[in-house]
Structures are given as C-alpha cells and as structure tokens.
Design a protein around this ligand. Structure first.
Ligand SMILES: [Zn+2]
Length: 441
C-alpha cells in the first residue's frame, strides 16, 4: 500500500513538473494580483453565470459565490485575517461544486501585530466574552488579565479564520469581526485561544437578518386592486401546536406537524431564512406592480401555526395566497420547481373550480420557470398541506428549488437568483389575473 502511494506521489510530482505554472488557470485568463488587504481577481469562464470562488491561506479560508452576465468575473477577494506571508490556494468551482480550475499565488500581508508573551499569573479562562451580532459581522469583547496578545479563531459555514489580537490600554480585547461571506442568520462561532493554543473561551451567535425596505403599493400597475398574501414557509421560532391541527375542514384526521424543513447542502442555511428573503423580494415586485401585499411573518422570531397562516390571508381579504418553500431530496442534482394546490378541501372547492385552479398554478409555475431558466416543473394536487386546506382563497405552496442539491442551494442563496424567482412569481400573478378576467368576461 505504502509503495503504491509513494509511486503515486512520484507520478504526481513528475506530472506537476511538466505542467506549466498556472497552465490550467491560463485557459481561463485568470489573474490574481496581490494588493493591500487581499487579491484582485479577474478570470473568464464562458457560458457560466454563477461560479464559486474558494480560497485558503494558513490563517483563513472561505467560499463566495460570484455572478456575471457574460462569464467574465472580476473583483476583490479580501484576506482580512491572513497575517503571515504564504501561498493562497484558489479554486474556481461550478455551483454544483465541480472544479473548473485551481491555482496558487503568493500573498504578503502588511505587518502582523507583535505577539508579546503573557505576564506571570495570567488567567487561563475568559469569563466575560460577549458577542454582538450584526449584518455579516460580529462584535466581540472580553478581558483576559495578564495576557498581552491572544488568538481569535472564528468559523461559519462559508468562512473561517484565526488571527492575533491585542488589548487596548485598559486591557480590553474588542473588535468587530467582518464575515462578508456569511449569509443572514449564519451561526458564527468564536473561540479565544492562548498563543500556545489552549482554549480560553468559546461562544456562538447568529448574524442579523435586516430585511430590505418595503415600498408602498404603486398607485397604478397591472395588479392594481389585487390583494396577495405571501406566506414565507416555516420559521426559526418554536411553534405551539398542542393537540395538532385538523387536516382540513370537516376532517377527523389530526396532523402533528414535525416542522421538517429543508437545509442548504453547502450553505447549511435554514429553509425558513431563504423563504423569508425570497418573500421580501416578491413583496417588493408585487407592490411595484400595484398589488396590495400582506406577509404572514416578517422575521424569523414569529412562530405561526398553519391555521394562523390561512387566517392572516383571510383577514387581509387576499385574492391569492403564495406560500414560499424550498425543497429537499436525496438526489444531489435535483433541479425542479413545484406548485402544490389543495385537492379535496371544501374551502378549495369554493375558491375556484378545479380547472381554473390548475390553470392558476400553471401560470405561477410558468412565470417562475421562465425567469429562472429551470427546465423541470410540475403542478401537483394533494391534501398533505394543512395550510393549503384551510385557505379560503386560491392558495399555492411553491417549492422554488432544492436546497439539498448543491447547485440549487448556491443559487437560492444568491440575491440575483432569488430576485428571478420573485419576479417570475409576480409575473405568474399577472397570469392568474388574466385567466380570472377571461373567466369574468
Ligand atoms: Zn418547506
């Protein structure tokens, strides 16, 4: 076995000798130029709109998603936490995490702070570490008597790092950790270590979600007079569901929701936050088109039962209810969108006749598929969703993509792609209105 590995290594070394430096990267016109605080990059990957750029140095690593309409990507990769000269390993990947090319460049950071050794009797533990969440950042503060330098290590799903920190004149260690690759509500774990590497404190907090500002409903537009209820699926808060929920009006079947929700395969994001982000963008699109919009929840802290969701839509006098979800599957290449409508619910029968209901769902699905370019989509009728069964207006549970598939997960976390989902659904609402007007004539 060892012999075989040795042989393999020899082969690899020989092979590496024959490949010209940066040869693979050369095909993509890749340039990574060291500057103060990071690398300026430029490369082109024809026929790709989204790619992932992964990087690592001795001090930090991370991955960010880049978007470009024409396959030429350029920008600045900050290396905030790299404190020693060394190689930066760079990989450009497809959203499905397949390697396109990789390269290495030497990076020399500005001078690292000196790390003086601790005084005699220095404390072994930090007892007052306090974290203050922000948007893609985390404030931190603590004291550690006797220490004149320590190591701060942080990790989130998309970005990790460690660096030397020093206290101010009063002996307080504090700062604001920038985590530009983190998404909203990302868990950031901070560990304080002595310079020798022993752990002195560890704590984790989620970054903040600050929603975009919602505009007023436009005075005129194709959706003037239309009321839409958007229901962002799930939530982070626990929900009281004592006694379960009746499957549908008149049914003796009681459903105990397990609250099962999808999670990003790469980003590890929760379905509830992705659904919330898309819902905000959808609300903005619909209001720009003149619709009145109500949302069942505006944050992650609001816990709602399915009854309550349906009730909010009814109280608002909604003409349509759009329930935003993200799907999961065992297939890593899953890439499809679904719109679920109720089947046997007596309320559904009153909301629209079966054929019209189906056409509405098709209009929504078509809008979403056209804007996002997803090739597979399906309308499905079923009784499994309590929130669908209790809605008194046409209601649609929309699976916008598969969080469990790497490529879908990366796209559904990107604001450009989220915006397409939102715009597609808003166009779908226009489509539903056209169907409705056709019926009324
Ligand atoms: Zn869901």
């Amino acid at each position: 076995m060892l012999k075989r590995i040795t042989l393999l290594l020899v082969c690899l070394v020989l092979l590496a000798g024959f490949v010209p430096q940066g040869g693979a990267a050369g095909k993509y016109n890749a340039e990574f130029i060291p500057e103060a605080g990071g690398l300026r990059y430029a490369f082109s990957v024809p026929d790709r709109e989204f790619v992932c750029l992964s990087y690592s140095t001795r001090n930090e690593s991370g991955m960010l998603t880049l978007q470009s309409p024409d396959g030429s990507f350029s920008g600045f990769l900050p290396l905030i936490y790299t404190q020693a000269e060394g190689k930066v390993s760079l990989k450009v990947l497809t959203p499905a995490q397949k390697r396109i090319f990789e390269t290495k460049v030497t990076y020399k950071p500005s001078k690292a702070p000196a790390a003086p050794s601790p005084q005699k009797g220095a404390v072994r533990k930090v007892s007052d570490l306090a974290l203050t969440p922000g948007v893609r950042q985390m404030g931190w503060q603590f004291t550690a008597p006797g220490h004149r330098a320590l190591t701060l290590q942080f990790s989130s799903v998309m970005q990790k790092g460690s660096f030397t920190i020093v206290p101010d004149e009063a002996g307080v260690f504090s700062g604001v950790l920038q985590v530009p690759n983190a998404s909203a509500r990302d868990l950031i774990t901070i560990t304080i270590k002595s310079l020798k590497g022993s752990q002195m404190a560890r704590q984790a907090e989620r970054t903040l979600f600050v929603p975009p500002e919602l505009p007023e409903t436009a005075a005129e537009g194709p959706l003037s007079g239309v009321v839409v209820c958007i229901d962002p699926g799930h939530q982070q808060a626990p929900v009281e569901r004592k006694g379960g929920e009746q499957l549908m009006p008149g049914s003796s079947k009681i459903v105990y929701s397990k609250g099962g929700s999808a999670q990003g395969k790469i980003t590890l994001r929760r379905e509830s936050i992705a659904a919330l982000e898309i819902s905000y963008l959808l609300c903005i699109e619909l209001r720009k088109m003149g619709a009145q919009v109500v949302m069942t929840r505006l944050n992650e802290e609001t816990g709602l039962t399915n009854y309550q969701r349906a009730d909010i839509a009814e109280q608002a006098g909604a003409h349509y209810m759009l329930r935003i979800h993200l799907n999961m599957s065992k297939r890593l290449d899953a890439d499809a969108q679904y719109v679920y409508i109720p089947d046997k619910s007596p309320y559904a029968a009153l909301a629209a006749d079966r054929q019209t209901y189906w056409q509405y769902a098709e209009a929504l699905l078509r809008g979403m598929m056209e804007e996002t370019g997803v090739k597979t989509g399906m309308v499905r009728r079923g009784d499994q969703f309590v929130g669908n069964n209790w809605a008194k207006m046409p209601v649609f549970l929309i699976e916008t993509g598969f969080m469990s598939a790497p490529a879908n997960d990366i796209l559904l976390a990107h604001p450009v792609y989220q915006q397409r989902v939102a715009l597609g659904l808003a166009k779908g609402v226009i489509g539903m209105e056209e169907i409705k007007r056709g019926l009324e004539h």
